[in-house]
Design a protein around this ligand. Structure first.
Ligand code: ISE
Length: 342
C-alpha cells in the first residue's frame, strides 16, 4: 500500500462512475501523475465492472465502505450523486482517508454541518471540495489580481452562466443548486467575503426551456463586505457553454471567460468556436484540481476549497431556493466559522 505523506503512488477509489466519475477515472489514469485508480464504486455493478475493466489493477465494488477498506486504497474521490455524499464522507473519515468530493459537499446545510462537525472531531481537514473554477487559469489570474489590491475595492461582480440544454428531469431549483452554486463559491473566493442575502428574479421563461422550468433566472447576492453580485443563469441557451465574470472595482474592472482563445477570419466573416459543455470548457481546471489534490495528499496536506466552503455554499443554496420559490430577499443563515477553517 502506498503510504500517504510519502512520495508513493496514491491508490484512489473513485465513487460513482457516471459522467463525472468516469471522466475522473480517465484523468487519473491518463493525465495525473502520482496516482492510479485502484477501485471504482457504483450501485450499478455492471457499470462499475465496465469501468474497472479498462484500468489495470482496478477492482469494482458496489459499497463505498468496502472499497475504502481495501489495502490498495489510500484516498477517495467522491463523484456520486449529492444525496450519497454524506455517507461516503463519513465512511472516509472513519478510516481517516483524504477525500476529493465533487460539489455539492452535501445537498443541504444541515447535512453539510454534520460533515463539518465530523471533520472537526478528527481535528484536521480531510476534504477538498470540487469547486473546479478555482483551478481555471483565467479565474486564478483574476483572483491574484484582486489580491494585489491594484484595482481597489471590488464593488460589483457580474456573472454569466449558460448551458446548451438542461438534462431531462431538471427542476427550477436545480439551476440554483447545481449551476449557480459555482457562482456562490467563486463570489466568496474572489471577494474573500461571505454571502449574506439572495434575491432571485424570474424573467418569462425561454420557449426553449422544458415546460414548467424557470429558465433563465437572475440571481443577486449581497455580501458582508458590502459588494453586490448578479448571476444570469440560463441552462437552455442552445448555442454553447459560456461562463463569464466581470469584477467592477474602485479603480478599474477585470473580466474573464470571453473565450477568444483563437479568432479566425474567413470568407468575409470572423469568429471562433464555443465550448459545448463544462467537461470541455473546464478540462484543464479539472486536470489542475485533481493534480493539486494528489500532490497535497502525497505531502500529507489538504489544500483548496474545504468543508467550510461546501457548507457555506449549501447555506446560500437554501436561501436561493427560498428566494426562488417564495420571492423577495432571503437572508443566509451561517454558523460561526470554526477555528479549523479560518
Ligand atoms: C453541472 O453540474 C456543473 O457543475 C456545471 O459546471 C454547470 O455549468 C452545470 O450547470 C451543472 O449542471
Amino acid at each position: 500500500m502506498a503510504q500517504r505523506g510519502t512520495r508513493g503512488t496514491l491508490g484512489v477509489a473513485v465513487i460513482g462512475t457516471g459522467r463525472m466519475g468516469a471522466d475522473h477515472v480517465r484523468r487519473i489514469q491518463e493525465v495525473t501523475s502520482g496516482a492510479r485508480v485502484t477501485a471504482v464504486v457504483d450501485i450499478d455493478a455492471e457499470r462499475a465492472k465496465a469501468v474497472a475493466a479498462r484500468v489495470d489493477g482496478c477492482t469494482a465494488y458496489t459499497d463505498p465502505a468496502v472499497a475504502m477498506a481495501a489495502a490498495d486504497v489510500d484516498a477517495v474521490l467522491v463523484a456520486s450523486p449529492g444525496p450519497a455524499h454524506e455517507a461516503a464522507l463519513l465512511a472516509a473519515f472513519a478510516r481517516d482517508l483524504p477525500v476529493l468530493c465533487e460539489k455539492p459537499l452535501t445537498p443541504d446545510a444541515a447535512s453539510a454541518l454534520r460533515v463539518l462537525e465530523a471533520e472537526r472531531q478528527l481535528g484536521r481537514r480531510r476534504v477538498q471540495v470540487g469547486f473546479m473554477r478555482r483551478y481555471d487559469a483565467e479565474y486564478m489570474k483574476l483572483e491574484q489580481l484582486l489580491r494585489t489590491g491594484q484595482l481597489g475595492r471590488p464593488l460589483l461582480l457580474h456573472h454569466r452562466h449558460r448551458n446548451v440544454a438542461s438534462p431531462s428531469g431538471w427542476t427550477s431549483d436545480m439551476l440554483i443548486n447545481d449551476s449557480v452554486v459555482h457562482e456562490m463559491d467563486v463570489t466568496r473566493w474572489l471577494l474573500g467575503q461571505e454571502i449574506t442575502a439572495v434575491t432571485v428574479l424570474r424573467p418569462t421563461p425561454s420557449v426553449n426551456a422544458p415546460d414548467g422550468l424557470q429558465d433563465p433566472q437572475f440571481v443577486l447576492f449581497e455580501t458582508d463586505g458590502g459588494a453586490v453580485a448578479d448571476v444570469e443563469i440560463f441552462v437552455n441557451c442552445g448555442f454553447g457553454y459560456q461562463v463569464r465574470a466581470e469584477v467592477v472595482c474602485e479603480r478599474g474592472t477585470a473580466r474573464v471567460g470571453d473565450g477568444h482563445a483563437m479568432v479566425t477570419h474567413m470568407a468575409g466573416r470572423w469568429g471562433g468556436t464555443i465550448a459545448q459543455d463544462y467537461l470541455e470548457r473546464f478540462a484543464s481546471a479539472y486536470d489542475r484540481e485533481v493534480q493539486a489534490w494528489v500532490d497535497a495528499t502525497r505531502r500529507g496536506e489538504v489544500t483548496g476549497p474545504g468543508a467550510w466552503d461546501g457548507y457555506a455554499a449549501a447555506a446560500v443554496c437554501e436561501a436561493g431556493v427560498r428566494a426562488l420559490t417564495e420571492g423577495g430577499r432571503v437572508g443566509v443563515d451561517l454558523e460561526e466559522r470554526p477555528a479549523l477553517y479560518r
